[in-house]
Design a protein around this ligand. Sequence first.
Ligand code: ATR
Length: 297
Amino acid sequence: MKEALKRQFENVKPGDVGIVGRPVQHSLSPAMHNAAFQTWDGVFRDKHGATPRYHLFDVNRDELNELLDGARTCAMRGLNITVPHKVAAASMVTRLDRFAARVGAINTIAATSDGWVGYNTDGTGFENAIAHKLEFDPREKKAVVLGAGGTGRLIVTKLLEMGAESVFWWNRTSEKIREAIDSKPAEYSRITAVTDDQLKSAVAGADLIVNATSVGLSDTDEMPAPGIAFQARHKVFDVIYHRQTKFLQTARAAGAHAEDGLEMLLYQGAKAFEIWTATPAPIEVMREALVKSLKKV
Ligand code: ATR
């Protein structure tokens, strides 16, 4: 193992966790998980006799396999995987859970006796966020999803799994959607690809509208797509959680119920914690830590 990689394991103890990505320096996950482990320690002492710690691992694609091997050697209990390694890591684990296999990307791995098992808890995060914050059940409902990157694909897959009647899928680069649908025609049969011109009527007929693009990350960003006219009856969800985006502002101005992505982040973390510890996550502690560290960003 290269020195630079070895150095990242310097303070790692058996039972610890962490996040692997590039960049990871600004991740809010350490605050959320370290707060949870502090509480957990009071309830249920770790078998190693210490409170687990959450570490940051900044690696490129070529180092990923070695990093996962190193984490196993150190007897880490698990890891979060983030951009840009979610797809690559899915091919490096011993086994994928059902939803992760369907999405083809993972954000969490957990140690088992025969190797790493890969999960995608972003799906659980989205499911909980729309249930708790928007009070929305997609069964037999129509949704519009903007964006066909990793997050867009994940959300579309989750909405179909949750029983959405139809999903109208838009992306700036429309070929990406065609390719995605062509690669899974049976699974994606309830998806309709929409062009810029068709988006207006898809939005008019939808119950839920989701922004899964990266538009809104910067405070100068405008709307992610053309011709979106929100109505007061719409439920609106933006995966971005750093700020009130133009998308959210416009939806709220129209009287729609609109929520940002903070609960999605929270519940993906809570699910990862539960996978790693087999203990219910201290949601309120984790939410408080997230909100506090978000204020510092
Ligand atoms: P993630 O993993 O967060 O989904 P990603 O895979 O890089 O990130 O995807 C980013 C998404 O934001 C894509 O849908 C991208 O559209 P393209 O496929 O056309 O690139 C979308 N996106 C980024 N910038 C955009 C912009 N200025 N307008 C509209 N969509 C944009």
